[in-house]
Design a protein around this ligand. Structure first.
Ligand code: SF4
Length: 80
């Protein structure tokens, strides 16, 4: 059986604090009360069962500040 970790990279310098990611997954993303930029509430790794939700947040980010990756324990390869 292949297990996979779901990771996420955040480029805070790109984030404009629009909040789409927080609206889509408020249990995963939040915003800094000072700068308004995105912060993670959990992980990485993120729960595997939330991959689709996280991918939706990535897709809706207007500035491309989010990127997911998978790492499997079979061969250690990473995929975006
Ligand atoms: S959707 Fe993108 S720009 Fe908006 S808060 Fe989230 S990471 Fe920042």
């Amino acid at each position: 059986m292949v297990k996979a970790d779901v990771g996420i990279d955040i480029d805070v310098r790109r984030c404009i604090g629009s909040g789409q990611c927080v609206l889509i997954a408020p249990d995963i993303f939040t915003q800094s009360p000072v700068e308004g930029t995105v912060r993670l509430l959990i992980g990485p790794p993120l729960p595997r069962h939330r991959l689709r939700t996280v991918e939706e947040a990535v897709a809706q980010c207007p500035v491309g500040a989010l990127n997911t990756w998978l790492k499997t324990d079979r061969d250690g390869s990473e995929q975006s």
